[in-house]
Design a protein around this ligand. Sequence first.
Ligand code: MN3
Length: 211
Amino acid sequence: MAFSLPDLPYAKDALEPHIDAKTMEIHHGKHHNGYVTKLNDAVKGTEWADKPIEDLIRSLDKLPSDKQTAVRNNGGGHLNHSMFWPSMSPKGGGKPSDELAKAIDSAFGSFDAMKKQFADSAAGRFGSGWAWLCVQPSGKLHIVSTANQDNPMMPTSMGGQGSDHQPILGLDVWEHAYYLNYQNRRPDYIDAFWNVVDWDTIGKRFADATN
Ligand code: MN3
């Protein structure tokens, strides 16, 4: 079965004023859809066409060499955006609770310290890419940034941290994610993101990654 574009889990205008409807419409319907189409073109007729996208991303270096770049860019784009939409909610914001809150305090000292490190990572990514809150094999959280559509689960030789790392929250800092509303003000977009982060979903991802 071919990869497909997941529906947005809320209306296009649901995250306003933090993320505007026009940006959501183009970002989901054009950019994410484009990654899905190109990913399907790249793996059509291969054994990889029927595997979960996470398997392709973790095993990028096992794919046929002439498919690796297309899957790195478009498979990465598909997975990153598929994680991104449900990590936000019109009922988002606030703080994490329970085990995730404890793990954040343990790794960073405080929730605010984690936010600062994440924001610095997102703002400091030169050009296009993502910032990630990620679970290391030890279970400890850390923050990384990746270029382009690389994902932390990709092999270390291909822009990632390795297949035993599990990202739980990512922020898209490509200009297409914010330029219509924020123009060159990437830090304002990063500030606004905290108002829509769905910590219930991120907490569930943390539980899945550590149990
Ligand atoms: Mn994007």
